[in-house]
Design a protein around this ligand. Structure first.
Ligand code: NAD
Length: 490
């Protein structure tokens, strides 16, 4: 599978075999940059999904007994493979998602870093602990055991990186997995899974791939052999997945949506802040769970200065086809998504916000059918407006203004239910420290616009941005294993 005009109907990977689904339910896959279809994704039948789980369980029974130092060697191969195919993977990702090539290259890099982190995790954190002679004649120790089959449910916005927040950790720790990519842009995940399957030689059934949507997810979570689920997606679905996992007694690590605020203090070095702000709000066409959504300025003078500079810099972004090197901002992922975002713009206008920059009519001449929108900035947004509260997930910024940092923090903590990320631009250590302590969000940025945890840190939010206890990336070592305690007297 290489960069292609059509990938045809995607196949399922079950027990080491690529199978054509017998399902009659399918969905077209689009290149968002051209607006043309590039393939079709089948929604796996219940029988196919069940088969993936059952064969995965069989694989687990052998795989979990393979010594960890042997399992690690597969990860080294996966790492080399991703390095070797870096550019190809980035191009396929851009074609399927729409993001720029530079953004896709960044995503591939984050994907590789998660493989590296899983390798180091396996060497270090997967060991148990020993308490010699905890009582007279008694020794006690713990081992971390893999559990079985896990379902990995993914969103559309990072088709490479998000699956790799989980895949390498689960695999190296001795579990087996069934991955379900987003049905909107499943090709990049399918491409990488195929590369691994063809070149790495993992035992059949350790890594499985099924396609589908809601029903597939329900089948996976409710299957008695599935031990747990990782989910990344929107909050309404996240809540449902967490509930379903609870009903079926499954482990769940569930990342939801976001509405991230970025605060600009009057003492911030505003000229240094503009480029990271533009990238936060409009990078990935605003479709990042760590994208800026509300820009909060402190004081009216700060607001005026920031809005002018932000609007000017944003208007200079070259919106275009992601596969062209000159493009600085790609399309949004689908026609439906574009329509949903445009509805929010209408809502903002009807609720009284003012457009400082209007990207609604942005056209890319060579790709008239592409799902393009330009950077759009709303000024004078009140905190009770829909555009200040709900996740839009597109290139729309809402500028709110408060008199003090206290008011801004109160708004961040109270005006939305999300707590994924919050950033502050300031020259004051005191303000930065106050912000870090008082804001209820999982990731805090100081003088930067995207506070993305590197692979050796956990990735997760708070409040309605996250359900569960253990987060993605490194925390999964405890999610994908269970501690068994052994107490012995001789
Ligand atoms: P989505 O919730 O629409 O879909 C996510 C996954 O859930 C897909 O695989 C989809 O097939 C499946 N799904 C859809 N409806 C379902 C249902 N009713 N029951 C069970 N499964 C269902 O999300 P999306 O649009 O693909 O991704 C964007 C969202 O993901 C945004 O809200 C974004 O903030 C969030 N996100 C969060 C993080 C994070 O770390 N917090 C990271 C990336 C994306």
């Amino acid at each position: 599978m290489k960069l292609n005009e059509s990938y045809g109907k995607l196949e399922l990977l079950i027990d080491g075999n690529w199978k054509r689904s017998v399902s009659s339910q399918t969905q077209l896959i689009y290149d968002p940059g051209t607006g043309e279809s590039i393939g079709e994704v089948p929604f796996a039948t219940t029988e196919e999904t069940n088969l993936a789980v059952e064969t995965s369980q069989k694989a687990f029974e052998k795989w979990s007994n393979v010594p960890i130092l042997e399992r690690i060697k597969y990860l080294f191969k996966i790492r080399s493979l991703l390095e070797e195919h870096r550019d190809e993977i980035a191009s396929i990702n851009t074609q399927s998602h729409g993001k720029t090539l530079e953004e896709s290259r960044g995503e591939v890099q984050r994907t590789i870093e998660n493989v590296e982190s899983a390798i180091s995790t396996a060497y270090t954190l997967s060991k148990g602990e020993t308490f010699d002679r905890i009582a007279e004649g008694i020794d006690e120790f713990s081992v971390k055991e893999p559990l079985g089959v896990f379902a990995i449910i993914c969103p559309f916005n990072f088709p490479l990186m998000v699956p790799f927040w989980f895949i390498p950790y689960a695999v190296v720790l001795g579990d087996s997995i069934v991955v379900k990519p987003s049905e909107i842009d499943p090709v990049p995940t399918a491409y990488v899974v195929k590369l691994i399957e063809d070149k790495v030689g993992l035992p059949p059934g350790v890594l499985n791939l099924v396609h589908g949507s809601k029903d597939t997810v329900q089948t996976l979570i409710s299957h008695k052999l599935v031990k747990g689920v990782t989910f990344v997606g929107s909050t309404p679905v996240a809540k449902r997945v967490y509930q379903l996992a609870g009903e079926h007694g499954k482990r769940a690590l569930v990342n939801g949506g976001a509405k991230n605020s970025i605060v600009i203090m009057p003492d911030a070095k505003i000229d240094n802040a503009i480029s990271p702000i533009v990238s936060s709000f409009f990078g990935n066409a605003g479709q990042r769970c760590l994208a800026g959504a509300n820009l909060i300025t402190i004081g009216d003078d700060t607001r005026k200065t920031v809005v002018n500079k932000f609007a000017k810099a944003s208007s200079e972004l070259r919106v275009g086809y992601g596969l062209e090197n000159s493009t600085q901002m790609g399309p949004v992922v689908s026609k439906k998504s574009k329509e949903r975002i445009l509805d929010y713009v209408e809502k903002g206008l009807s609720e009284g916000a003012k457009l400082a920059s209007d990207g609604r009519e942005t056209k890319v001449i060579s790709y008239p059918q592409g799902f393009y929108l330009g950077p759009t900035i709303f000024d004078q947004v009140a905190e009770d407006m829909t555009i200040a509260k709900e996740e839009i997930f597109g290139p729309i910024a809402s500028v709110l203004s408060y008199d003090s940092l206290d008011d801004a923090i109160e708004s961040i903590n109270g005006n939305t239910n999300f707590g994924n990320m919050a950033c502050i631009f300031t020259s004051s250590g005191g303000s930065a420290s106050k912000f870090r302590h008082e804001v209820d969000a999982g990731n805090i940025g100081i003088n930067l616009g995207v506070a993305q945890p590197a692979a050796p840190f956990p990735f997760g939010g708070r409040r309605e941005s996250f359900y569960g206890i253990l987060h993605a990336q490194i925390d999964t070592v405890d999610f994908f294993t269970d501690k068994k305690i052994v107490i012995s007297r001789w």
